[in-house]
Design a protein around this ligand. Structure first.
Ligand SMILES: [Zn+2]
Length: 63
């Protein structure tokens, strides 16, 4: 089973119905590419994506 990405905050999670980061139920399995942030506050990519947490985040999503 493919991990789900949150359309709101990009967070990728396994086996969830709501996003653990922002509680959105707007999840999709149609994503490609991911980045892992260990320190989002200092990452220019994270800031560009609007990510504030740490973990695995989808780069692109469709549908
Ligand atoms: Zn989210």
């Amino acid at each position: 089973m493919k991990d789900k990405a949150c359309r709101v905050c990009h967070k990728i999670s396994e086996d969830v119905k709501v996003c653990p980061a922002c509680n959105s139920s707007d999840l999709t399995t149609f994503w490609s590419g991911f980045v892992i942030f260990v320190n989002a506050e200092k990452s220019a990519i994270a800031q560009k994506m609007g990510v504030t947490g740490i973990g695995k985040y989808a780069v692109r999503m469709s549908r």
